[in-house]
Structures are given as C-alpha cells and as structure tokens.
Design a protein around this ligand. Structure first.
Ligand code: AMP
Ligand code: ZN
Length: 499
C-alpha cells in the first residue's frame, strides 16, 4: 500500500501521515453552523473530509471520524476577530426565513435535518458521531473551570476570556501573532475594555437574555464558538489525534484558538496534521447573495417542480471533485452539466456490466482484470498524494473507457472484473452510485442514542489499550445519562433506560 501524503498547514509542507495508533486514523473536521441551508462551498470542505476518510479506508485503515454541528455561539463577528456581534442562530430567527420557526431550537433542528439529508445525497460517509455544541455544555463548562484554575483564563463582568499571552505557541498555525494587527481587526466593533489583551477570545459570554442559555459558575450565558470543537474532538478522539480539517477561513481565528485552549488544557499536542480546503467561487466570483451566484445544494438538486435545477447530487459531487482541494475552485453550471453527463455514462456502463453478470452469456475470458487492477492502483496512488482528485479522475475516466470499449465482446469473467472495478472506484471517489439509500440513512435513531452508542465503542477501544480508568469513566458517564451498558459479542452496546 502507498503512503498517505497530505499537505499539513501546521508545518506548511507535505508529510506522510504517521498514525498515533498504526492502522487507526482519528479525524475531526469542523461541521456547519445550522442557521440556514448549507451552500456548495461548505460542501466542498465536507467533501475533502470525506475523501480523507475514503482514502484511509481504501488503505485498510480503521477510521474514527467526528464532525460536529454548531448550534450555538458562532457570532457574526467571530470569523475575523473575537469580538461582539450577534449569535448567527438568533439573527436567523429574526430574519424572514426565521418566521417559519417556533423558536431557535426548532430552527436548529430543521436545518440540521436538512443538512444531514444533503450530506447523504452527496454520498458523504456517515461520521462515527456528529456531536452538537448544545449537547456538550457540561464538558465546555468544566474545560473553562480548568483553564481559569491553571491561569489560562480570566473572568470579566461580561465574559470569561482565554488569555492568549498565557499560551506561548499562539500563532503557530496561522502565523498571526501580533497584538496590534489583531487590534486593527476588531477596531470597528465595540470592545470589552476589561479584556487584558486584544488577542484574548471569549470562552463564555454572560448573557441572561440570550435565546440559548445555560447556568454556569459565571451566571447565565453561552459558550464561545471555538471551545465546542476542542472539547468534542478530545472527548471522542482523545487528547491528541491525527488529523483536523476545515475550510481555509477557519485556520484563523477558529483553529488557532482551538489549539490554544486544547493544548493549554492538556499540555499535549492537539492534532498532528491540519488540512484546509480552499474556497469555492462561482463563475469566477466570490459566491454572494447580492451577485445572484449563491447556490445552496438544494437549489441545484431539488426537482424542477420544487424550484430546483434538478441535477443528480452525484453530478454535483463529481463537479466538486474535479478541482484540487488545495486550490480555489471555480464552480460553473457548465461544469456541473458536463459532470452530469459523465456520471450518467459511468452509471449506464455499470448497469450493462451487471446485466452481463446476470445474463446467460458465456463466461468468456478475463481479459480485463490485470489492466483494471493496475488502473485502480493508479487512482488510489493519486488520492494518497495529497488527495489529487484531478489526477485520480483522469485515471478513472481511462479505466471507464477501457470497460466501455470492451462491453460488446464481454463475457461473465470480464464483467466480474469490471464490476469489481466500479465498486472499488465508487468506494474511493463515491460519485457513481449512492452507497446507502436515503431511506436507510434517515432511519437513524435520535442523536442522543447515536452519541451514546459511539461512546460505548470508545469503552472497547480504551479496554483494548488497557486504559481501564478511561473505560470506567465513559461507562459512568453513560450510566449518569440514563443508559444501560451491556457487553455483547459485538462489543459494548447501550440501551436507553425507560424511567
Ligand atoms: P460554517 O457553516 O460557516 O461554520 O462553515 C462550514 C464549513 O464550510 C467551514 O469549514 C468553512 O470553512 C467552510 N466554507 C465556508 N464557505 C466556504 C467556501 N466558499 N468554500 C469552501 N468552504 C467553505
Ligand atoms: Zn470547529
């Protein structure tokens, strides 16, 4: 198997992934803020994460993939500075679209469901767990308490801040260290004059009027956006894990702050490799509502009768795959139309191959297997070289042509090889057929049970690593949340206790 090489934004070079636990990748990727439907730029970033997962699986690795839902605390000004601003969720509720919802929780639930449905339509791998910020409040409060105790955080009348000067390595990911430059960034917004350093960022905002609020040692309020990813990543993946991903805009401040909080908490490295996806543009311009070039997935894939453009979501996936994640991508409707034709061609050829397999045609000879295996190896190699999707697709198209050209004289032996090739290429690149039906994926149990089941699996991981203290701690946590934990032949399982 080839090495898996990725460009690590932390070291600014391509590196061979050396897993903490050989054969087992632990991976966290930032998910959406569920204040509206996700757009195709968001999904470009989620697709990169999916390709990390699929490439690792093709290499035979076990993958623990965690991606969150941000449903509180992401402020309108958070993206360029730690400032004031308004919670994106609250703002959405006051908007025209927000009038459809009873309250902010209802709005969050609606857009989370819509997001998961689009995720499935684009054939993105189901994560091991999809934790929500609002369901990890205790962990966030405890992390803040520890940071205050260890001198990394302080309270003001308005908030609790992380003290950036207390963490010497701040700026290692983004190169952004200068206090005066950051001051510049927040100049237009009202500042908390009690902040000790302009770079300090909020861990907790005191606000007893906020639509989503929790009681904490600092009164009613809600957590800062950066904190959720630190605590949820460490909860499900351990204090140090392998890869962390997100869009390029997240490197600063979000990921820089995640590193600072996490490493201040544990004294250990947080993530070893950082993968950032460059932004998607539309028809050569920044995607924006005012330019009329803003596409949500829904706009492109919903049937015409529902106001969409009726494209196959897998064509959108292929279109997004055609650009390398490390370069800005110019999405065009023409590119999407071309992709739709290509996807159809693959699907038709695969159907014909299956037809031969289930026909009474003679076996014939296997004249394809060796060449198709070599072709698949070349596709996989391209993916292991920093997810080189343009190269992988060029190879895949050559393989598909090889099969297409051989269809007329194909017997069952060759068809078996062709079918295997389609399956393997689809498992790696995912644009030919959806692997699970929407029906199956929508049958998932409620989020709380899903998270509990994921935790139960972590008990087994901890036990296999002889970390019995951690296994017990997870078990106690589950019991406190009202779950029974059973040991079965397939490992630990949970059931919700009916009270
Ligand atoms: P948000 O819902 O704003 O929290 O963003 C979810 C993810 O989408 C983050 O990883 C962002 O960096 C990413 N993202 C936002 N806009 C784009 C874009 N135009 N192209 C690629 N990724 C994006
Ligand atoms: Zn995040």
């Amino acid at each position: 198997m080839p090495d898996f090489i990725l460009y690590n934004s932390l070291t600014r070079e391509e590196q061979t992934i050396q897993l903490i636990q050989p054969g087992h990748l632990r991976f966290y990727s930032c998910g959406p803020t569920v204040y509206s439907y996700a757009h195709i730029g968001n999904f470009r970033t989620f697709l990169t994460a999916d390709l990390v997962v699929r490439t690792a699986e093709a290499l035979g690795w076990q993958v623990t993939y965690v991606t969150n839902i941000t449903d509180v605390g992401h402020l309108t000004d958070d993206d360029h500075a730690d400032a004031l601003g308004e919670d994106k969720m609250a703002k959405a509720l006051r908007s025209k679209e927000g009038e459809l919802f009873a309250n902010v929780w209802d709005l969050a639930r609606f857009y989370t469901d819509a997001f998961v449905e689009e995720w499935e339509q684009l054939n993105l791998r189901k994560p091991f767990v999809r934790p929500r910020a609002t369901e990890h409040m205790r962990e966030q409060i405890e992390a803040i308490q520890t940071l205050i105790k260890t001198g990394h955080a302080y309270e003001t009348p308005d908030a609790v801040y992380f003290s950036v000067p207390s963490f010497k390595a701040y700026g290692q990911l983004s190169g952004n260290t200068r206090a005066d430059a950051l001051e510049e960034g927040v100049r237009d917004v009202v500042k908390d004059t009690n902040k000790q350093d302009p770079r300090d960022f909020a861990l907790w905002k005191k606000d007893d009027k906020h639509l989503m609020q929790w009681f904490s040692p600092w009164g009613w309020g809600f957590p800062g956006w950066h904190l959720e990813c630190s605590v949820m990543a460490m909860k499900y993946l351990g204090e140090t894990f392998d890869i962390h991903g997100g869009g390029e805009d997240l490197a600063f401040p979000h990921h820089e702050c995640e590193i600072a909080q996490s490493e201040a908490l544990t004294g250990k490295p947080f993530a070893n490799y950082w993968v950032h996806t460059r932004f998607l543009q539309v028809e050569g311009q920044k995607m924006s509502k005012s330019l009329g070039n803003f596409y949500r997935v829904k706009d492109l894939v919903a049937p015409n009768a529902e106001g969409g453009k009726g494209f196959d979501p897998l064509a959108l996936r292929l279109s997004l795959l055609s650009g390398h994640y490390g370069k800005p991508f110019n999405f065009t409707i023409q590119n999407l139309k071309d992709a739709a034709k290509i996807v159809r061609r693959y699907q038709d050829a695969w159907d014909l191959v299956e037809g031969i397999l289930h026909s009474d045609k003679p076996s014939g000879t296997d004249f394809l297997g060796k060449r198709l295996n070599e072709n698949y190896d070349a596709i996989l190699l391209a993916m292991t070289q920093n997810l080189n999707t343009p190269e992988a697709l060029a190879k895949a198209h050559a393989g598909q042509k090889m099969i297409q050209g051989a269809l007329s004289g194909m017997g069952k032996e060759a068809a078996k090889q062709a079918s295997k090739w389609f399956q393997k290429v689809n498992a790696l690149l995912g644009f030919i057929r959806r692997e699970r039906t929407l029906q199956e994926t929508n049958d998932t149990t409620d989020a709380e049970v899903e998270v509990a089941q994921a935790l139960a699996q972590l008990i087994d991981t901890a036990r296999s690593q002889k970390d019995f203290a951690r296994a017990d701690a997870i078990r106690t946590d589950l019991l406190q949340k009202g779950f029974e934990v059973r040991t079965t032949k397939e490992g630990s399982k949970v059931t919700k206790k009916i009270s």
